[in-house]
Design a protein around this ligand. Structure first.
Ligand SMILES: NC(=O)C1=CN([C@@H]2O[C@H](COP(=O)(O)OP(=O)(O)OC[C@H]3O[C@@H](n4cnc5c(N)ncnc54)[C@H](OP(=O)(O)O)[C@@H]3O)[C@@H](O)[C@H]2O)C=CC1
Ligand SMILES: O=C(O)C(=O)[C@@H](O)[C@H](O)C(=O)CO
Length: 279
C-alpha cells in the first residue's frame, strides 16, 4: 500500500490527496462496506455533507473503523437552506452530532448562495475560532465569489472544492486559487463515468497497465490536486487509489489537458438554478 501524499494547507494542516466521496452512499450497511474497504485500501479522508443525509451513517462507520481520530480527515459542508435561514451555527452542531465527532477537519460552504455566502463565511470563521473545524473552506466558488470574500474577511479559505476532471480542467480557477494559497480539491473526479471509455486515456493507460479512469485520477493528483472519487464497491475503491505507482510524462499531462470540453456533471442544485454565476 503506497503512502498517500498530502497538500499542506495555508494554516499548516495536511490535506490527503486522495479521499472517499460519499454522495449517494446510503444506509448503514452500504456506508460501512465503503468505509471499511476504503480504510483497508489506505484512505484516511472522507467527504460528506449535511445535504447527503448520510453523516449519521458515516459517523457510525468511522467510530468502528479502528483508526485513531487524529489519523482521519473528515470533511462536511453547510447546505443552502441553513445559509438562507441564518442557521449555520446550529447546522454545524447537528452535523457534528450526526458524525459523532468533537471536531471536523474541514467545514465547507457547499454552494455560494447569493446574498448569503459572505455572512456564512463569518459564521465559519467563528466555528473555526472555537476549534471545532480545524480548517474552513468553500465549494463551487468561482473567482468573483472568492474576491467578494477577500473584501469582507482576512481569513483565506483553506480549500475550494470544485468539479474538476479531464473533461473540465478548470485551469484558470486552479491558477487563481494557487496564487492565493487556496488548495483545490476535485469533486466528481471521474466525471461520474463520462471519460471511462475515452480512447486517448485508454492508449495512455495501456502503457502503464492502468484503466482510463485511473489515468484521469492520476492526472489530477499529479497536478497537485486532492481528489475524492466516490464508490461503494470495494474493488473500485481499491482501483481508484492504485494510481501512485507510476508517473505521467509532461507530454501526457498536456495531452490530457486538451480533452477539456467544460463538461459539468454535478448539477447546480434546483434552489440555485437560474443564477448568474458571473456575479
Ligand atoms: N461540493 C460539491 O458540490 C460536490 C461534492 N461532491 C463530492 O465528490 C464526490 C465524488 O463525486 P461524485 O459526484 O460522487 O462523482 P464521481 O466522479 O466520483 O463518480 C462516482 C460514480 O462513478 C462510479 N465509479 C466509481 N469508481 C469507479 C470505477 N473505478 N470504475 C467505474 N465507475 C466507478 C460510482 O459508482 P459506484 O459507487 O457504484 O461504484 C459513481 O456512480 C462525491 O461523492 C461528494 O463527496 C460531488 C459533487 C458535488
Ligand atoms: O453532490 C453535491 O455535493 C451537490 O452539491 C449536488 O449538486 C450534486 O452534485 C448534484 O448533482 C445535484 O443534482
Amino acid at each position: 500500500m503506497s503512502e498517500i501524499p498530502s497538500i499542506t494547507l495555508n494554516n499548516g494542516y495536511e490535506l490527503p490527496q486522495i479521499g472517499l466521496g460519499v454522495y449517494k452512499t446510503s444506509g448503514d450497511t452500504q456506508m460501512k462496506q465503503a468505509v471499511t474497504a476504503a480504510i483497508a485500501a489506505g484512505y484516511r479522508l472522507f467527504d460528506t455533507a449535511s445535504a447527503y443525509k448520510n453523516e449519521e451513517y458515516m459517523g457510525s462507520a468511522l467510530s468502528s473503523c479502528g483508526i485513531p481520530r487524529n489519523e482521519l480527515f473528515i470533511t462536511t459542508k453547510v447546505w443552502n437552506n441553513a445559509q438562507r435561514l441564518g442557521d449555520v451555527a446550529r447546522a454545524f452542531e447537528r452535523s457534528l452530532d450526526r458524525l459523532k465527532l468533537d471536531y471536523v477537519d474541514l467545514y465547507l460552504i457547499h454552494w455560494p448562495v447569493p446574498g448569503c455566502y459572505p455572512s456564512t463565511w463569518k459564521e465559519l470563521e467563528r466555528i473555526h475560532e472555537s476549534g471545532r473545524a480545524r480548517s474552513i473552506g468553500v465549494s463551487n466558488f468561482e473567482i468573483p465569489h472568492l474576491e467578494q470574500l477577500f473584501q469582507i474577511s482576512g481569513v483565506i479559505p483553506a480549500v475550494n472544492q470544485i468539479e474538476c476532471h479531464p473533461l473540465w480542467n478548470r485551469e484558470p480557477l486552479i491558477q487563481y486559487c494557487r496564487s492565493r494559497g487556496i488548495a483545490v480539491q476535485a469533486y466528481a473526479p471521474l466525471a461520474r463515468g463520462a471519460y471511462a471509455d475515452r480512447e486517448m486515456l485508454a492508449v495512455i493507460g495501456a502503457k502503464y497497465g492502468k484503466t482510463p479512469t485511473q489515468i484521469g485520477l492520476r492526472w489530477l493528483v499529479q497536478q497537485g490536486l486532492s481528489i475524492i472519487p466516490k464508490s461503494v464497491h470495494p474493488e473500485r475503491i481499491q482501483s481508484n487509489i492504485d494510481i501512485l505507482d507510476f508517473e505521467l510524462t509532461d507530454t501526457e499531462m498536456k495531452t490530457i489537458a486538451t480533452m477539456d470540453e467544460q463538461l459539468r456533471t454535478a448539477g447546480i442544485p434546483e434552489d440555485l438554478a437560474g443564477i448568474d454565476w458571473s456575479k
